[in-house]
Design a protein around this ligand. Structure first.
Ligand code: ADP
Ligand code: MG
Length: 437
């Protein structure tokens, strides 16, 4: 890339990081700026999953950044360097509302981003084996475990690895059932069968939804056999082992058990710490070791919640304009369950202090008498509860998360600069704490 283009591209990325830090991912470093031609800036991503993420979440941020960096009214377009496998032309003609190759993949759910530990080593190794030798390593491959422990992540990692080379269908069990019911009702069984039996591999998430669905089970049994007999890979996930799925036909239980069945267990502390650190890196969040340790020791059962805690801290550090510290982590995640501050308590206390009605805090009136206490409530909600920006916004009459950020920022500035105001806010906060059960 010529120097001028490189520096333009650096400006664009820097601007996106600044304006929308929550959207940024580690793999943005691999994006390539191709050219600006006829008012369109072309950006290359590695695969179509990344392109979809960029299209759906980042178009606005990149457009603004590109316009700021070029000083021109440019548009942006994202393209994939690696094309996904070309599907069988016959199957492409079939009209299904979820696209020819099934559900979308999250660009974050790759093997690269999956942290291993004693809890998931077997499942991870087996998934890698499946991705390297589809249809030949473990077939079927069945992953099970409680919610939020990485089943969908591993399934998608397999899809990411295999999809560029083959026609792999990734779908939820509900979609399979819905398609089947539709096909039966509208005479489309032939088409349905063609679709599900002419793929190189089939990946179905949450197969436990087949429970109690006799006809779908029957249909799936035949789909399974057709694929399995011709050594096409089948990967399934469920929240319990095959034999624990309620009223699942015995012949399906034995089919599911005939390959490799791997459990995803709860992660130990070391693994949780490593996951927090990996997630922070993925989202380009700076986080000290003691904070990673604190989050991992607070949130023990569900990895999705671990990630949620990290995102809350990041949002807090952005709204306060300071780095994440252990102090902040303790304040945000510190309250043990049962003594958590709730937003209604904050609203009541603030309303009383500022002599307004709770409904005024949640309403739209714009006079300063109402906006100031409203902003203080949002600030305290950020400080004292574990709710996300979106959740807090929703409490205040469905306001946008950026409103919450701006409000908290304005209040923290006033708290810093106006000692009298600080006392008022601090007293209100201690009243909220005193109101806890
Ligand atoms: P499940 O399908 O089992 O309910 P998911 O696959 O949706 O769980 O995982 C929930 C979240 O936790 C996702 O964001 C996923 O990326 C993350 N996650 C789970 N396990 C791991 C892991 N071992 N390493 C990194 N992230 C993980
Ligand atoms: Mg899942």
């Amino acid at each position: 890339m010529p120097n001028a283009s490189a520096s333009l591209w650096n400006d664009v990325l820097a601007q996106v990081r600044l304006s929308n830090p929550d959207l940024v991912r580690g793999w943005f470093n691999d994006l390539e700026f191709v050219q600006v031609e006829q008012g369109v800036m072309r950006i290359d991503a590695r695969n179509s999953a990344q392109v979809r993420y960029l299209d759906q979440h980042c178009r606005h941020a990149f457009t603004e950044a590109a316009q700021a960096a070029t000083g021109r009214l440019v548009a942006v377009t994202f393209q994939a360097v690696e094309e996904d496998a070309v599907l069988d032309p016959a199957s492409e003609r079939l009209q299904f509302d979820d696209g020819a190759s099934g559900m979308e993949l999250s660009p974050d759910s790759t093997f690269e981003n999956f942290v291993t530990g004693p809890c998931n080593r077997l499942a991870h190794a087996a998934a890698l084996g499946v991705a390297e030798k589809p249809g030949r390593a473990y077939n079927p491959f069945f992953i099970y475990g409680p919610v939020g422990l990485g089943k969908t992540h591993l399934l998608q990692a397999v899809c990411h690895a295999i999809r560029p080379h083959s026609n792999l269908l990734y779908i939820s069990c509900e979609t399979f059932i819905n398609h089947f019911i539709e096909a039966v009702e509208h005479g489309g069984l032939h088409r349905f069968r063609y679709r599900y039996r002419h793929v190189d591999g089939l990946v179905i998430d949450d197969i436990q939804f087949l429970a109690e669905r006799e006809r779908s089970q029957e249909e799936f049994f035949h789909t399974f056999n057709t694929l399995h007999q011709s050594q096409r890979q089948i990967v399934l996930s469920a929240d319990c082992s095959p034999s624990e799925i309620p009223s699942l036909e015995e012949r399906l239980v034995s089919r599911f058990n005939s390959g490799l069945v791997a459990l995803l267990d709860r992660p130990c502390l070391e693994t949780r710490i490593a996951i927090v650190q990996r997630k922070a890196k993925l989202r380009c969040i700076e986080i000290p070791d003691d904070v990673a340790q604190h989050i991992a020791s607070r949130v023990t059962t569900n990895i999705r919640e671990l990630e949620g805690a990290l995102i809350r801290l990041d949002a807090m550090s952005q709204s306060q304009g300071c780095p994440i510290t252990i102090q902040m982590a303790k304040e945000t995640l510190g309250a043990p369950p049962g003594r958590r501050v709730m937003i209604p308590t904050i609203l009541e206390r603030v309303a009383e202090r500022f002599n307004v009605k709770v409904s005024d805090l949640q309403g739209k009136k714009r006079a300063k008498t109402f906006t100031l206490p409203r902003h203080v409530s949002m600030y305290l909600a950020r400080q004292m509860t574990a709710h996300s920006l979106e959740q807090i916004g929703a409490y205040f009459g469905g306001r946008d998360h950026t409103t919450v950020i701006h409000a908290s920022r304005a209040v923290s500035e006033m708290v810093e600069n106006d000692p009298e105001f600080r006392v008022l806010v601090e007293e209100t906060a201690s009243e909220v704490k005193n109101a806890l059960p």
